[in-house]
Design a protein. Structure first.
Length: 227
């Protein structure tokens, strides 16, 4: 799973990713850390241009008399093995509304609640381009357009088991052609993304054990994960 992320706009990692995507850094909000159901920034393609837009980190929303709210069904992550299942939450979004969720770090936890070990995970050359999906909703009371999103997760890699043994986020390679095609609305045949659904790390990762996502006090030495 991916359940906590941050995006520091003054980070050289974030600046490099925005340069690859051709996006003005000032369009991003500074995000010191956010969890599920928070408002985060996503990157999507609108009328042929890559833009930054706010989205609720919870793909499924529901209408209430006072507006929209996150559904009772957990959907801040979308499992890759459900992407091709008709009627699943991410089926149409995978074909029609893919996005990138930028992050200068993420936090993963392993173990039972109360004794869970957390790691703050950072890339070393370019900000994370997390593969995401988004949906658009209209607040029936106000007419406001609202976007929601989720991070695609894959099966865990052996090197990742001590970090989070259930899944691995889909880290998109920081290559312009791959990122642009991921965002393109012209690509509806998702077979070309099949290779991306094999868990991999496009670059060296630094994983620092921390007390918890909220305070991120180090509890040990950083370890490296490659490839």
């Amino acid at each position: 799973m991916c359940g906590y992320l941050g995006n520091a706009i003054d980070s050289p990692l974030t600046k490099t990713l925005m340069l690859i995507l051709g996006i003005d850094l000032t369009a991003l909000r500074d995000n010191p850390g956010a969890g599920p159901a928070a408002s985060i920034d996503i990157i999507l393609n609108h009328n042929g241009q890559n833009i930054v837009a706010p989205a609720i980190w919870w793909l499924l929303l529901e209408q209430t008399p006072h507006g929209t709210k996150p559904s009772k069904y957990t959907s801040f992550n979308t499992r890759s093995d459900k992407l091709n299942t008709p009627n699943s939450a991410g089926f149409h979004a995978y074909r029609e509304s893919r996005c990138i969720i930028p992050a200068s770090y993420i936090v993963e936890g392993e173990g039972a609640k109360g004794s869970r070990l957390y790691h703050r995970i950072e890339p070393t050359s370019t900000g994370f381009a997390l593969a995401g999906l988004y949906r658009e909703w209209v607040n029936k009371k106000t007419g406001e357009l609202i976007r929601s999103c989720s991070v695609i997760t894959l099966a865990p890699r052996p090197k990742w088991v001590g970090i989070h043994s259930k899944s691995t986020p889909l880290f998109l390679p920081p290559e312009t052609s791959i990122l642009q095609r991921w965002l393109s609305k012209d690509i509806v045949d998702t077979a070309e993304f099949d290779e991306l659904l094999t868990p991999s790390f496009p670059e060296r990762l630094l994983c620092l054990p921390i007390e918890r996502p909220g305070n991120q006090i180090p509890t040990g030495l950083s370890i490296e994960i490659n490839g």
